[in-house]
Design a protein around this ligand. Structure first.
Ligand code: FAD
Ligand code: NAP
Length: 540
């Protein structure tokens, strides 16, 4: 619904993005009597689960946990079909949320927010879209997602391939039939690891181009049994509380024993049990895996051993075995039959470390030692993560300062919720919050609730603006960096540090201090009258 009014529409809040974050934010604000509108670039809700429709896409947090907890009736009534829900089912859930809480009339689809400029005199945000909308909003809430800007590889000729190309993060809604095709896939991150077994089953031949091998743990996915579902449903309050009281927003318990204090037999038993259980819980095997190189090596060795057990060709197994970064410091992958796929006759692995890509050509792809012909190419090459979607919008705060300029040396936030110089602008799961290092549903609910409470407080106290102070922001950035440096995360060239985007400043962006610790800090800040924030109209 494009609009071209001369005086902009006045709203309490603009929300950008209709994934789980934007939808829940709209629901909360409406319930509190605020006027709000969501703008969404896609033509449906669901965000990640709307865009990432590649074969095999599914959650790697258990379905019972990767769901909203804010409505006890919803969580009792909804049923998941599998331990790890597939993309289509999560998208159905997202649509159910939109319908159940009657959110659709508050969401303007196919509309991209292009700019958000703070008008200091009015203390309001002037928000503009690519459809010509002009909105004046007291609050501007970015629910734009941490992994919502797909990235193509920086390879000469990337646009020159004559056949179809597909990015996993921008997959055709009608699906892709790979039957009889020669397919090339670039990338071996989570998206590739989920899609490769499915593409291999369909295609005549699949060539996997790997630059960095990843550690992957089997999902051990299962059909949801009604007994298990009911067992969780009977104790949902306690189950959700366990997740919120944990470091990663997960209900499953972490082992408090350090790997370096365990015997070799204890370690092998624990790793084997976690491997058999499947999923990300593998990293909770011991308390020191992401802190201590020696501890980490024991976990990494275990997984490398498994790769060699599964993959029949020892040379292929060796190429698939990560060696130059600690396990967990690039996002751990969770798969269904990934390593087994390399035993198929119609699958080949190309080690780009040995033979780098030189160019994509009209016929396919050329490496330093061979040319490959394909009928189609899949880019599983990831995202401009954490800051990508925010930096794509022309966001300007006080004195016309562009957010992109302020963040030229890396993102700076207070609590990953606000940025000094940008009053009443909020980021849901923003840089400097636990975000991608947690169960995102838990983090989304916590951020949305905090923002909703904050806006209510401002209204009750007749306070038009809230803005992070420079001092609080500096302290928080220093703390996020300190905590990050106390772990092994900085050792890997991951998207957590922006290493996948040339020119991006190398900063460990999420907060690894623990979801529970972080949420407590946010509660404390609010309880102290929004400590570290300046309240009022004319704060500089
Ligand atoms: P998103 O779902 O990314 O939604 C953001 C929305 O904002 C998008 O629809 C986008 O179109 C819109 N948008 C962005 N910029 C603009 C703009 N300028 N104007 C208008 N609209 C805009 N997390 C987990 O915890 N567990 C998992 O198992 C898991 N699996 C994942 C699998 C994949 C393939 C990917 C990519 C991510 C996964 N994640 C997972 C992370 C996932 O992104 C979050 O769990 C969650 O879905 C994020 O919700 P969101 O609403 O914050 O953002
Ligand atoms: P990713 O983890 O960033 O992986 C991108 C892959 O592409 C990497 O293997 C990367 O290699 C490779 N690549 C990029 N540019 C390249 C180039 N120029 N040449 C050769 N290779 C190149 O992206 P993703 O797989 O889409 O996953 C992103 C995140 O989304 C995940 O980490 C996870 O948080 C989430 N996700 C979750 C699931 C799930 O299981 N639920 C599924 C998908 C995604 P390098 O490593 O060498 O850079």
């Amino acid at each position: 619904m494009p609009q071209s009014t001369s005086s902009p529409e006045q709203l309490d809040a603009v929300i950008v993005g209709a994934g789980f974050a934007g939808m829940y934010m709209l629901h909360r604000l409406r319930g509190l009597g605020f006027s709000a509108r969501v703008f969404e670039a896609g033509d449906g809700v669901g965000g990640t689960w709307y865009w990432n429709r590649y074969p095999g896409a599914r959650c790697d947090i258990e379905s019972m946990e990767y769901s909203f907890s804010f409505d006890p009736t919803l969580e009792q009534q909804w049923s998941w079909s599998q331990r790890y829900a597939p993309q289509a089912e999560i998208l159905t859930y997202a649509n159910h949320i939109a319908d159940r809480y009657q959110l659709r009339d508050g969401i303007q689809f196919k509309t991209r927010v292009t700019s958000a400029v703070f008008d200091e005199a009015a203390g309001r945000w002037a928000v503009a879209t690519d459809q010509g909308d002009q909105i004046s909003a007291r609050h501007c809430i970015m629910a734009t997602g941490c992994l919502s800007v797909p990235k193509l590889p920086e390879v000469p000729g990337v646009d020159s391939f004559a056949g179809p190309t597909y990015h996993t993060g921008y997959w055709p809604h009608e699906g892709v039939d790979f039957s009889g095709m020669r397919v090339g896939i670039i990338g071996t991150g989570s998206s590739a690891i989920q899609s490769i077994p499915h593409i291999a089953e369909q295609a005549a031949h699949l060539t996997v181009f790997q630059r960095t091998p990843n550690f992957s743990i089997p999902a051990q996915n299962l059909t949801m049994t009604r007994e298990y579902e009911q067992e969780i449903k009977d104790r949902f309050p306690e189950f959700r509380a366990q997740a919120r009281d944990s470091g990663f927003g997960l209900a499953s318990p972490a082992n408090e024993l350090a790997a370096v204090d365990a015997t070799e037999e204890q370690r092998q038993r624990e790793y084997q049990e976690r491997w058999d259980q499947g999923g990300l819980g593998f990293l909770l095997s011991f308390s020191d895996i992401i802190y201590d190189v020696n501890a980490n090596a024991t976990a990494a060795n275990f997984v490398r051993g498994k790769i060699h057990e599964v993959v029949k060709d020892p040379k292929v197994a060796e190429i698939l075995s990560p060696k130059d970064y600690p396990i967990g410091t690039k996002r751990l992958c969770v798969d269904s039959g990934y390593y087994e796929t390399f035993n198929r006759d119609n699958v080949a692995l190309v080690d780009l470390r040995a033979t780098p890509i030189e160019a994509i050509t009209p016929e396919g792809l050329r490496t330093s030692d061979a040319s490959y012909a394909f009928d189609c190419i899949v880019f599983a090459t990831g995202f401009d993560a954490m800051t990508g979607a925010l930096n794509k919008i022309d966001i300007r705060g006080r004195d016309g300062l562009a957010l992109k300029e302020k963040w030229a040396g890396g993102p700076r936030t207070y609590l990953g919720l606000q940025v000094a110089g940008f009053p009443n602008l909020y980021t849901i799961t923003g840089p400097g919050s636990p975000s991608v290092l947690s169960n995102m549903m838990v983090s989304i609910e916590q951020h949305v609730d905090w923002i909703a409470d904050c806006m209510t407080y401002l209204r009750e106290h007749e306070t038009p603006t809230i803005e992070a102070t420079v001092a609080a922001e500096d302290d928080w950035v220093a703390h996020v960096n300190d905590v990050g440096e106390g772990t092994l995360f900085p050792l890997a060239n991951s998207w957590y540090v922006g290493a996948n985007v040339p020119g991006k400043p190398r900063v460990f962006t999420p907060y690894i201090g623990g979801f529970n610790v972080y949420a407590e800090k946010c509660r404390d800040v609010a309880a102290k009258g929004y400590e570290g924030f300046a309240l009022g109209a004319a704060v500089r």
